[in-house]
Design a binder for this molecule. Structure first.
Ligand code: SF4
Length: 329
């Protein structure tokens, strides 16, 4: 078992660090920066961000990434270089998981993504996503002539899984937890909210806040109301988050507070109408944002194309939908 929110946490740590690096390079002209992540000091070589300008766009939605490649190739450097949680999970499972946790030949590990998303099937099949195979060969864990294998071997949508359960007579409501989470089964609240519009943004900004201010964000404050970035009902959600900088960053940045301007694009919109003004501004270098989350599905992955079809014939995020649902026979 590899909980997807665990790899969502991995994505956030990478993506949040990348955001801090891009901000330090492009807003404050720094060339190196030391950050502390979970008590570990990491020196960032900011020259790395020379070809990665602001605003940073999220890259965890494969439909959005493909959309950029096809329609806005000039925006490719703006995409975060982080893999999606699915691909993080595949590469981690076949390297660290196989070698250190399960003590299993990585060539015999078969990974199946369970996803709310049909685009994840396409993502898993992209030829570049064989990083575990590459790394294992380079490090000598598998012979050089090992045929190429993907990080993720197969993907089932949640609808596929529900159908599989139905055919096999398995009722998930009868499952019960048998043990405490371990290894790849635990995760933070940031990983949990990844699947909703604004969730990736909130998790990344929480991370950036704790790295830059040196403390956990207060649960409630005017500077920390992340309901601002949840995109349930609006195609575009914009917010400015004030992050008080810790002393060493105050000195480096020459400011007491970082004004982080963020935007959430909630579904691409018919003919890309939601994303067009945002990405046109970003490509032209006149965007006022530092970080932009884009989810191709309105509401985010919880409303993804691979989810079971809502029997009410409406969106899973329709705020008017009465819950709990009564499923017709
Ligand atoms: S937003 Fe939709 S297309 Fe994008 S990853 Fe989530 S489910 Fe897939």
């Amino acid at each position: 078992m590899f909980e997807n929110p665990f790899s969502a946490d991995q994505t956030i740590m990478e993506e949040g660090t990348e955001l801090v690096g891009r901000i330090a390079y492009w807003l404050f002209g720094l060339r190196e920066l030391e950050v502390e992540v979970w008590g570990k000091k990491i020196k960032l070589d900011l020259e790395h961000f020379k070809r990665k300008p602001l605003p940073q766009f999220t890259s965890c939605c494969p439909a959005w990434v493909r959309y950029v490649e096809l329609f806005y190739p000039k925006a490719i450097p703006l995409l975060s270089s982080c893999k999606s949680p699915q691909q993080m999970a595949g590469a981690t499972a076949k390297t660290y998981g196989a070698l250190k946790i399960w003590k299993h030949d990585p060539r015999k590990v078969y990974t199946v993504g369970i996803m709310p998303c049909t685009a994840k099937i396409f993502e898993a099949s992209r030829p570049e996503f064989c990083h575990a195979w590459k790394w294992l060969r380079e490090k000598g864990y598998i012979p050089k002539d090992t045929p190429k294998f993907p990080d993720i071997d197969a993907v089932l949508t949640t609808r596929d899984l529900a159908e599989l359960f139905r055919r096999l007579g398995i009722n998930p409501l009868e499952f019960h937890e048998v043990e405490e989470p371990k290894n790849f089964e635990w995760y933070s609240g940031g990983g949990t909210i990844f699947g909703t519009s604004g969730g990736v943004m909130e998790a990344a900004v929480r991370f950036a806040y704790s790295v830059l201010s040196g403390k956990e964000p207060p649960a409630e404050s005017s500077a920390w109301d992340f309901r601002q970035v949840r995109g349930y009902t609006h195609p575009l959600v914009k917010a400015t988050i004030l992050i008080p900088l810790k002393p060493e960053f105050r000195k480096e940045f020459g400011e007491d507070t970082l004004e982080l301007r963020v935007c959430v694009v909630n579904g691409l919109g018919t003919d890309g109408s939601h994303i067009k003004p945002v990405i046109d501004d970003a490509i032209a270098g006149r965007s006022r944002f530092h970080f932009i989350e884009v989810m191709a599905c309105p509401g985010g992955c919880l409303n993804g194309g691979g989810q079971p079809v809502n029997p009410m014939g409406t969106s899973w995020i329709d705020p008017l939908l009465p819950l709990p649902l009564k499923v017709p026979p």
